[in-house]
Ligand binder design. Structure first.
Ligand code: 5AD
Ligand code: SF4
Length: 448
């Protein structure tokens, strides 16, 4: 009989990808996905450590799962994966002794062994102890994973992992380890197999995705060109990139490769040179602005997204004003902004002049008001425009489908029966707070 697996994911798209791969690894053991933790035989919490709030969610969720495990007379394997597991593995086992498995982001190819060990321990009434595996193994996990299974028309493909940049606020270099690029052949193979399963859009993933490099010094731009050659693949995206790794070739690719969507997530974090330096970002304000200028010269319809941190230690009113000015100058859509959160073990946590919470709150509110205005204004410019939308999920109304525009906006399209998984030309008719409404331009032609 099939066993039931429930996976809950916090954090970034890399975690979403990892969760899907953990399910792939467990499928041969007879585990099939279920929608909730209550009746699952195994539950996995894939955690995020990037900010304090994200990490705190781990223990509150585990508290709820403990009750489900008790309801089932203890007959449930609880695993904690991801970056909190990597950073605080021992602490998790101490604070939540009902957890059976703790595994880091680099060891999930070993899940079958861990499940076997945990099951043996359960047979010994828990005397076998919990399984903790947060190593950084020499063998990359990708060499041991089964084939990726597509789930719909859009897919993630992890091409790079880890980070060597050491921004002073960030835990990623410690939780995800050193930069690693998957070999090009493995990436191409996974991409082709996804397309054979009906995928038309691939988002290439990595903590520093544009730091990817292949044999003989091939850069990320060359990889995108190669992927664009796959018949049936209609759209390519990538995230998250670092300004420092945006080389000439990659900029040129934005102009040359039609399949590469005109939308780029390029985190800047701050508009102040003093703060960028203290953050160890390895780029300054002028370099970032120049980059944006060159990217837009290559691809004039490019829309930009970004990440911002307010209240980094030492950030003055003048530094914050520099961030606001940069935002006005560039103009962003679809952004993410955060209050600085002190993370144990990072250099910034030890810096003097930590900014008061109230100041962070008001700066964040001011920045988000501006960013929201920009997003709304951009959405408004889309009304009346025709754009290609990948319709990848059913909407709430009968006959309605929902998809993504080239700029990652959610788009609702009525009377779209039969177009699930297809890219359709639509005309935008209205803007809603979090989405666009659109109608098909030429139904007959698109269905042909
Ligand atoms: N505090 C607040 N935001 C952070 N980020 C990373 N570390 C921190 C931190 N300590 C943000 C950055 C990064 C995004 C993924 O999360 O903006 O780009
Ligand atoms: Fe963290 Fe900086 Fe690396 Fe991004 S580039 S993962 S923010 S250390």
């Amino acid at each position: 009989m099939a066993k039931k697996l429930f996976v809950k994911t916090y954090g970034c798209q890399m975690n979403v990808y990892d969760s899907a791969r953990m399910a792939d690894v467990l499928a041969p053991l007879g585990y099939a996905m279920t929608d909730g933790p209550e009746d699952a035989d195994m539950v996995i919490l894939n955690t995020c450590h990037i900010r304090e709030k994200a990490a705190e969610k781990t223990f509150s969720e585990l508290g709820r799962w403990r009750a489900h495990k008790q309801d089932k007379g203890g007959d449930m394997i609880i695993a904690v994966a991801g970056c909190v597991a990597q950073a605080e593995g021992e602490e998790i086992l101490r604070r939540a002794p009902f957890v059976d498995i703790v595994l880091g982001p680099q060891t999930y190819h070993r899940l079958p062994e861990m499940v076997a060990k945990a099951t043996r321990a359960a047979d010994l009434n828990g005397k076998g102890g919990a399984v903790l595996d947060t190593e950084f193994p020499l063998e990359p996990k990708f060499d041991f994973l089964p084939e990726a299974r597509a789930d719909g028309a859009a897919a993630f493909l992890s091409v790079q992992e880890g980070c060597d940049k050491f921004c002073t606020f960030c835990v990623v270099p410690y939780t995800r380890g050193a930069e690693y690029s998957r070999p090009q052949a493995a990436i191409m193979d996974e991409a082709r197999k996804l397309v054979e399963q009906g995928v038309v859009e691939i988002t290439l993933l990595g903590q520093n995705v544009n730091a990817w490099h292949g044999d003989g010094g091939r850069g990320f731009g060359a990889l995108i060109r190669e992927l664009a050659g796959i018949d049936g693949l209609a759209r390519i995206r990538y995230t998250t990139s670092h300004p420092r790794d945006m080389d000439d070739d990659l900029i040129a690719v934005h102009g040359e490769v039609e399949k590469l969507m005109p939308f780029l997530h390029l985190p800047v974090q701050s508009g102040s040179d003093r703060i960028l330096d203290a953050m160890n970002r390895k780029h300054d304000r002028a370099t970032y602005l120049r980059l944006v200028e060159r990217l837009k010269a290559a691809r004039p319809d490019l829309a930009l997204s970004s990440d911002f941190i307010v209240g980094f230690p030492g950030e003055s009113d003048a530094d914050f004003a520099d961030t606001m000015a940069l935002v006005r100058e560039v103009g962003f859509v679809n952004t993410y902004s955060f209050k600085y959160s002190s993370r144990p073990g990072t250099p910034a946590a030890m810096m003097p002049d930590q900014v008061e919470e109230a100041v962070k709150d008001s700066r964040l509110a001011e920045l988000q008001t501006l960013l929201w205005d920009q997003t709304r204004a951009f959405n408004q410019t889309c009304v009346g425009r025709t754009m290609a939308v990948l319709l990848d999920r059913p909407g709430r109304r009968p006959g309605q489908l929902v998809g993504r525009s080239p700029y990652m906006q959610a788009v609702h399209v009525d009377d779209a029966d039969g177009l699930l998984g297809r890219v359709a030309e639509v005309r935008v008719t209205a803007v809603h707070p979090n989405s666009l409404a659109a109608e098909l331009v030429d139904v007959e032609r698109k269905r042909a």
